[in-house]
Design a protein around this ligand. Sequence first.
Ligand code: GDP
Ligand code: MG
Length: 163
Amino acid sequence: MKLNVAIVGRPNVGKSTLFNRLVGKKLALVDDRPGVTRDRRESEVQLGDLHINIIDTAGLEVAEEDALETRMRLQTEEAIGMADVVLFMMDARAGTTPMDEHFAAMVRKAGKPTILLANKSEGKASDAGYYEAFSLGLGEPMPLSAEHGIGMADLYEELVKYD
Ligand code: GDP
Ligand code: MG
């Protein structure tokens, strides 16, 4: 059995960085066909004895600015719908923003098992943001640095509980 895991959150928190780290390579963000932009990326990954299907949500590669919010919301809803477990990511260096709260509300409403990731948690600059993350109502945040590979073993330990 394969566990569907969706990475969701506002733009720029580090979702694709985590996706690439889990997949172990950089996958193309944009479809080869001209004018076609792929918002959602999926890849099957073997983590130890855990077999997951990881889903990244992009949303930023949209030409028309006004379509962005709708597009991101639909895409995030779709990814949450597919997920057995949701990885909700926030940026602990930036703290929580209204957009984080907006996405967190969508995740809470879905009622799926959710792991709250406080990304960019390398160094002290993330301390205040880490504590702010509690206010998202998604449980205790897990510190992570997708870029530096910190917290990956803890993430695995959490995911394996849902297998
Ligand atoms: P996405 O829009 O949520 O997919 O975010 P990206 O993965 O594209 O990352 C947005 C920016 O955050 C990039 O400049 C990344 O290099 C940076 N970033 C991602 N993870 C980390 C991290 O753990 N620490 C720091 N300091 N920067 C990170
Ligand atoms: Mg991305």
